[in-house]
Design a protein around this ligand. Structure first.
Ligand code: HEM
Length: 121
């Protein structure tokens, strides 16, 4: 695995490692307030990023386009805004960062939608 597919997959593994540690920490403290933020770190950060990585590994033409690099940047920004944003919403009710993260994450999926359509044989 190389190039953008490696970076998607590697990021996903980093996020799930953090997500699992966060889950263990919640369990040890018997405080599950952050469960939705933990869930999104694991599902948007690990499952989604890893699936992107597998796609780009299977479709090398898509991986080599400039759009794939933009996709990685937007998807990464999405995780970095969404997960702390959900945590902030749960802690203090401030929703701005979560909304921004949700919109950036949606933009990342729209880029991927275009990529998938363009890669049709
Ligand atoms: C070491 C691994 C993990 C530990 C210790 C862990 C721990 C936890 C804990 C303590 C909760 C809260 C349960 C409650 O509210 O009663 C939770 C919720 C959740 N976790 Fe994890 N988790 C782990 C890995 C994962 C992974 C890999 C995923 C997804 C790929 C995941 C997805 C979720 C989801 C969807 C919820 C429910 C969130 C909610 O109710 O809002 N977890 N986890």
């Amino acid at each position: 695995m190389k190039g953008i597919s490696f970076w998607f997959f590697f990021s996903g593994v980093v996020y799930v490692t953090l997500g699992m540690a966060w889950g263990i920490e919640m369990g040890m403290r018997h405080d599950f307030q952050m469960a939705p933020a933990h869930a999104h770190l694991n599902l948007v950060g690990w499952v989604t990023m890893a699936l992107f990585g597998v796609f780009y590994h299977l479709v090398p033409n898509a991986a080599e386009s400039g759009l794939a690099k933009l996709h990685f940047a937007v998807a990464t920004l999405g995780v970095w805004l969404l997960v702390p944003g959900i945590a902030m919403t749960l802690k203090s009710g401030a929703e701005g960062m979560a909304i921004a993260g949700a919109l950036v994450t949606l933009a990342s999926m729209l880029i991927f939608l275009l990529t998938v359509v363009r890669s049709r044989a």
